[in-house]
Design a protein. Structure first.
Length: 330
């Protein structure tokens, strides 16, 4: 029997050349205080220092680091680094960027990272792709008996397990969403469209509901060619820890921006807090949901259900939450 199978152009062949979010650089005017926040309260470990930068990792991050904190006069976004799925995949993405007219620049990577190619998104955000990474090796006293965990669970703070995602403020959500889709192979998972204009987009290259989100920027940062940061997110995996963290942050005089609560979009159980350097940090209390469907159709929220997309349950959303990006915490 002969089977004639017609290719459906509505489902172009995806590429999986970008494997994951590897690390994020965050600017802080108070590096020592920011490091205190991430090590003493979130249980992360310092894995290296270089110049005015400090490198950190969570206890279930497998690489040398997932967070780089660099001194700047103002808080904000540095570089977002992605790992390719192979050396060949890295080459293909470089070709795709060049074909799209995007300038790329090779350099020696940061501590714990190999040769890296840098480029800039339409919103002015700095991105990098690499293949070679150094893997974390625990000392004998820190090695976990759980083989799937690179080190023992820290005994301080309410420790985060890994870097989860980054949320960029962009001047044009649709333009930046298409850039990530067309040049890097990201898949759109959910978005918000208000009165015909795309206001937010959640995207991933893995079954996670998102590794990057683009949020419409009302601060003007992206219009000036300086990509803004809405927040960085770290994963706990245990919703109860959000309550523990909220109590801990309050007792240490930190400003809780929102939560604990649950978003409709992504189903994330969340808590947002300002670290001492002034950056908004989200703590992800669970996985949200995972996507295994290769023909996934993006879910779109509109002005009819916008409130539920932002807050499924929990405290009402403050208007300022979507207006500013990096206010300096008092």
């Amino acid at each position: 029997m002969t089977i004639n199978y017609q290719i459906d152009a509505a489902y172009p062949e995806p590429n999986f050349d970008i494997a994951q979010l590897a690390s994020v650089e965050m600017f802080s005017p108070r590096v020592d205080e920011s490091v205190w926040f991430f090590t003493e309260l979130l249980g992360m470990s310092v894995s290296g220092r270089d110049g005015d930068s400090v490198y950190l990792r969570a206890y279930e991050d497998w690489y040398h680091h997932s967070l780089k904190i660099t001194h700047r006069r103002e808080p904000g976004m540095g570089r977002t680094t992605w790992r390719s799925s192979s050396p060949q995949a890295l080459g293909r993405r470089i070709d795709a960027l060049a074909t799209s007219g995007v300038a790329v620049n090779w350099r020696e990577g940061d501590l714990g990272q190999g040769p890296t190619v840098d480029f800039t998104s339409p919103s002015g955000h700095s991105h990098s792709i690499l293949w070679e990474v150094d893997y974390f090796r625990a000392s004998e006293d820190q090695a976990s008996q759980l083989l799937s965990r690179p080190q023992k669970r820290p005994l301080k703070g309410v420790p985060v397990r890994r870097l989860d995602h980054v949320n960029h403020l962009v001047d044009d959500v649709t333009e930046n969403r298409r850039f990530l889709q067309d040049t890097l192979g990201f898949r759109l998972r959910e978005n918000i469209v208000v009165h015909g204009r795309e206001a937010a987009a959640w995207m991933s290259v893995s079954p996670l509901v998102h590794e990057i989100a683009n949020l419409a920027d009302r601060t003007g940062q992206s219009a000036n060619g300086q990509g803004g940061l809405h927040h960085l997110a770290f994963w706990y995996g245990f919703p109860q820890h959000l309550l523990d963290a909220a109590d801990m942050f309050t007792d240490h005089g930190l400003t809780i921006d929102l939560g604990p609560g649950k978003h409709g979009a992504t189903q994330a159980q969340f808590l947002y807090v300002f670290e001492p350097g002034g950056n908004r940090i989200e703590l992800f209390g669970d996985t949200g949901y995972l996507i295994f469907d290769p023909a996934w159709k993006p879910l779109t929220w509109t002005e009819d259900n916008l409130d539920k997309s932002l807050i499924w349950y929990g405290s009402p959303l403050a208007r300022e939450f979507t207006i500013f990006s990096d206010p300096v915490a008092g």
